[in-house]
Design a protein around this ligand. Structure first.
Ligand code: FES
Length: 86
């Protein structure tokens, strides 16, 4: 099994779980975000976070729906992706 797990949360962020120091996160200029002591963090997928690239929970307030669910609904397929657990 991989050391890094990225979960696309239903109607929420990308949840990254990894051993401390296993992942580096950098901005467009290559500057690193401080992930000291973190073994998990969530990356905003809705675009509404005021703390990008991290999720701040805004997705819940704005009713964000993940694209994969929207596509399935548009195609008339009510089946959603399997639920994942952490
Ligand atoms: S996904 Fe959580 S604030 Fe955007």
């Amino acid at each position: 099994m991989a050391d890094v797990k990225i979960t696309v949360k239903r109607n929420g962020p990308y949840r990254v779980e990894c051993p401390e120091g296993a992942v580096s996160l950098v901005d467009a200029d290559g500057n690193s975000y401080d992930l000291t002591g973190k073994t998990g963090f969530s990356l905003c997928r809705c675009g509404g976070s005021t703390n990008k690239p991290f999720c701040d929970g805004t997705h819940s307030k704005i009713g964000f729906q993940g694209a994969e669910a929207a596509v399935k609904q548009a195609e008339g397929n009510e089946q959603l992706p399997p639920k994942t657990t952490l």
